[in-house]
Write a protein that binds this ligand. Structure first.
Ligand SMILES: Cc1ncc(COP(=O)(O)O)c(C=O)c1O
Length: 483
């Protein structure tokens, strides 16, 4: 069978449109003897019967082991060069109380950037000393709260913040560890990095201004400067951008040592993952080795001690451990200049995964409730929202007999899907379940229509609503209460 000419160049016609491609799916995803998708030992149909669709499913063992393995690999590589690492899980990728606990159990610290994220980490029992705080526009109240709880470290993102953070720390009688976020001039994206001399973006300060600002920080009695911070971008496949950035930062870091101690260098997060078969991220072990080598070489060249190097990965830990289940509602073959694309519409979309609409992100899809020997057809998995850009998977092949009532699964939705979820068209945000050892349990319950109405000042609390579910599918979501 020839590939569909409408397929993008990167999408190969799969020999088996039921296969779960290695590297794309949670570690504990497989097909049962009957062909159903199961994750963590729980079948897709069992999950959907209990929790409905759309449904975020997180493979707990996979998430935990990705976190501990990443820490182990980075610690090993930096120990090889005589250095140490601190790893912060970037909570923005996906933060719930339990997920925060998994990360803390694995030995990671947690990175937060709002009072809300801070509250989740604290509710998980995190020692505030293990938390880092970010943000280009932290409110005065947020800075105050971070100081009040004695946050482990805080990233200063602009000159204006120095006095604000110093005042908050003084108010609470603490000396706060602070980093300065700089723009290394390296902006990396998935496949390549661009080295620009001037970055036109909202985060951080230009590298050339670092010495002046660090002097201002060091002049504040309530602040302790611990090092530079830089995050060059996200979903980065190679090591070149990180290496270039590390080398630029270490040049400034070395100069800063003349004015006082600089115990740390924070290189941010951004390690990429596979969303489709065409994605080939650098394995984490290779990245860690390359980064350790570059830090070692640059420090030797400059004759400076190796600082503790901190990282803040999010996506690479939680992204591949997640998948989203949907139910197919309609299918519609569309003729495009003589070739056919099958639109398969599901009961979620840009409210549970806005990344395709936001960034043109690509994803993959497989039938979840069965396998089929029907010839594969090119599909576009569309959501149910009132936007033509509401697409979950722009191109993949599914067996041609895909039909209403089928369940489909989209892998690698663990990062930046639930955390970016929204209520467009008054869809309640879908629940999150963790699966492990054949058991499923709710991490965050789904929102009901009653939840949504309850926030509307026009809603009379004596009014009744009999719609319990999230997407309009016939299955009720877990844990919701109705009025
Ligand atoms: C400052 C900072 N650190 C870490 C991260 C995590 O990036 P990723 O999830 O791609 O590893 C981000 C993501 O936006 C970030 O802005």
């Amino acid at each position: 069978m020839p590939p569909n000419p409408l397929a993008p160049a990167w999408l190969a016609l799969p020999p088996d449109a039921n296969a779960l491609a290695p590297g794309l799916w949670p570690a504990n995803a497989s097909r049962t003897a009957l062909g159903e998708l199961e994750i963590g030992g729980v079948s897709a149909s069992a999950l959907v019967a209990e929790f409905g669709t759309p449904l975020y499913v997180v493979d707990e063992a996979d998430a935990r082991s990705r976190a501990s393995e990443l820490l182990r690999v980075f610690e090993t590589e930096f120990a090889r060069i005589g250095g140490e690492v601190h790893v912060y899980y970037a909570g923005k990728a996906f933060l719930s109380i339990e997920i925060a606990r998994w990360m803390l159990d694995a030995g990671l610290n947690i990175d937060v950037c709002t009072t809300g994220e801070l509250a989740v980490a604290l509710a998980a029992g995190a020692d505030p000393a293990r938390l880092g705080y970010h943000g280009n526009n932290k409110s005065l109240a947020e800075i105050d709260e971070a100081a009040r709880v004695r946050i482990g470290s805080l990233v200063i993102d602009s000159e204006i913040e120095i006095a604000r953070v110093a005042a908050a720390a003084a108010r609470h009688g603490v000396v706060l560890n602070v980093r300065l976020r700089v723009n290394s001039g390296v902006h990396a994206s998935t496949h390549e990095f661009l080295a620009t001399s001037h970055e036109d973006q909202k985060f951080g300060v230009v590298l050339g201004d670092a010495a002046r600002l660090v002097a201002l920080i060091r002049a504040e009695k309530s602040l302790r400067f611990i090092g530079l911070h830089c995050h060059i971008g996200s979903q980065i496949f190679g090591a070149d951008g990180f290496a270039e950035s590390a080398s630029r930062l270490l040049a400034v870091h070395a100069d800063l040592l003349d004015g006082g101690p600089v115990p740390e260098l924070n290189l941010g997060g951004g390690f990429g993952i596979a969303y489709t078969n065409a994605d080939t991220p650098t394995p984490i072990g290779e990245l860690a080795a390359r980064l350790a080598d570059i830090v070692s070489a640059e420090c030797t060249r400059r004759g400076i001690p190796i600082p503790t190097v901190a990282f803040e990965p999010g996506r690479v830990i939680i992204g591949p451990a997640g998948a989203t289940l949907y139910e197919v509602g309609t299918t519609k073959p569309v003729d495009v200049s003589g070739d056919t694309r099958l639109y398969v519409s599901v009961d979620g979309g840009m409210s549970d995964n806005v990344r395709p609409a936001l960034y043109g992100a690509d994803y993959s899809v497989r039938l979840a409730n069965r396998v089929s020997s029907a010839d594969p057809v090119l599909v576009r998995l569309a959501g149910k929202h009132c936007e033509s850009g509401d697409i979950v998977v722009s191109a993949d092949y599914l067996p041609g007999d895909v039909a209403p009532g089928d369940l489909v699964a989209v892998p690698a939705t663990g990062a930046y899907c639930w955390s970016l979820a929204n209520n467009y068209n008054y869809l309640g945000r879908a629940p999150v379940v963790a699966v492990s050892g054949g058991q499923a349990r709710v991490l965050v319950r789904g929102e009901t229509i009653a939840d949504l109405l309850a926030r509307d000042a026009g809603w009379g609390h004596d009014q009744r609503v009999d719609t319990t579910n999230n997407s309009g599918s016939t299955t009720a979501h877990d844990g919701g209460t109705t009025r």
